[in-house]
Design a protein around this ligand. Structure first.
Ligand code: PMP
Length: 396
């Protein structure tokens, strides 16, 4: 039974592409990853926006150990009272407007989007959705239906019918939507996988107006932007617009798999009657996961990690000056460094890896380098990353 994990990875694990990063990670700590050869990598992507408080924070590790020794899975979501999920929901809603006071915990971002879509259908009695072109909402078939990019969806049709696509900031285009049929608008405030492109405030305000006017729900996908990443706990705070449903994922679990859709108690109640059990999950809000998420949330607040995000963003922007950098998009510590093409980004990433820096590109913006480190990254680490990037750009 002796097989090298690398061999097993290629032989027996389903692959997502023919070019995985192929690095054998054996440990992570703080802002660093370590591979089996003893190489250390500065983490510039935080597991794609997950590890906002850094890896293996002692407080998170302690509650995971404690909770897993106490009890793990005991019953499907929604039946028994479990402290970790109940108290995490309570803690989260203290930081949300009163209309977002009820959390449905699930296991991933895609599932949370799916749940939010079902909720919108129940609350409004309507069928259609509005989504932005080139958004990413997850890989299961509900969220996949909200994605305009045919390259990823065409092989899986038929998907959900009646999704109307609108380009980011196309306020005029909102007039062409058949609003009377729209259950919800699902929108990312910063289109992360398009290369960290923030939506304009006027556009988001117009979406709010249209939804309020026509009785459609406004759903914010903050899976990649929440938990401090853009400098406030939630990105919507910077827009002055409150959604009807807030969708969270990635960093919410403190490094464990978790998603959530959050709405008012009254609206959420529609899922529990006529039919009862309108949305179910076995593992959603798993006690160990919820304990980890709650501890990570407390660390984020106690260590005031959000407060330093803007200064760190400015440092990246100031130090990343190079003639080959065409633009820097994004907000806070969700940044995209735009180069001319994917080949350039790809060789930059490879050379960065050989110099001990871990990064990636974006799904719909392969010509952009992803900068989304743990919020705990230090000024010295930012300086090291930026000088390495500009030196490599001189060489490649
Ligand atoms: N929405 C956004 C904005 C995302 O970035 C992602 C993940 N990249 C998802 C949804 C889907 O989350 P998950 O992979 O946990 O299903």
């Amino acid at each position: 039974m002796h097989i090298h994990p690398r061999q097993a990875f290629f032989a027996h694990l389903a692959q997502t592409s023919s070019s995985p990063m192929n690095i054998h990670i054996v440990k992570a700590e703080g802002n660093y990853l370590f591979d089996a050869d003893g190489q250390r990598y500065l983490d510039l992507i935080a597991g794609i926006g997950v590890c906002n408080i850094g890896h293996q924070h002692p407080k998170v590790v302690a509650v995971v150990q404690e909770q897993s020794a106490n009890f793990m899975h005991v019953m499907v979501y929604g039946e028994t009272i479990q402290s970790p999920q109940s108290l995490f929901a309570h803690n989260l809603v203290q930081y949300l407007p009163p209309s977002l006071d009820c959390c449905y915990f699930v296991n991933s971002g895609a599932e949370a989007i799916d749940g939010a879509m079902k909720l919108a259908k129940r609350v409004t009695g309507k069928t259609d959705f509005v989504a932005q072109t080139d958004a990413y909402h997850g890989s299961s078939q509900g969220p996949l239906s909200l994605m305009s990019n045919e390259y990823y969806s065409q092989a899986y049709r038929p998907l959900l019918p009646s999704v109307h696509f609108i380009a980011q900031d196309d306020i005029e285009g909102l007039e062409n939507i058949p609003w009377s049929r729209v259950a919800a608008v699902v929108v990312e405030l910063i289109q992360a996988e398009r290369g960290a492109k923030p939506s304009g405030k006027e556009f988001i305000a117009s979406l709010r107006d249209k939804c309020t006017q026509h009785g459609s729900l406004l759903i914010f996908d903050e899976i990649q932007t929440a938990m401090g990443r853009t400098g406030t706990l939630f990105a919507f705070e910077q827009y002055g617009v409150i959604p009807d449903v807030l969708v969270l994922g990635k960093a919410i679990g403190g490094g464990m798999p978790m998603g959530a859709f959050i709405a008012s108690r009254k609206r959420m109640h529609t899922l529990s009657e006529n039919p009862i059990l309108g949305h179910l999950t076995t593992f959603g809000g798993h006690p160990v996961v919820a304990a980890a998420g709650n501890a990570a949330f407390e660390v984020l607040l106690e260590e005031k990690l959000m407060d330093e995000v803007s200064v760190k963003e400015q440092l990246f922007r100031r130090l990343l000056q190079h003639e080959r950098i065409r633009a820097i998009h994004g907000k806070g510590l969700l940044l995209a460094i735009e180069l001319s093409d994917h080949e350039e980004v790809s060789s930059l990433i490879q050379t960065m890896l050989s110099r001990g820096i871990f990064s990636d590109w974006f799904l719909y913006a392969p010509h952009c380098l992803r900068i989304a480190p743990p919020l705990t990254i230090t000024g010295d680490e930012i300086a090291f990353a930026c000088s390495s990037i500009t030196e490599i750009l001189d060489e490649i």
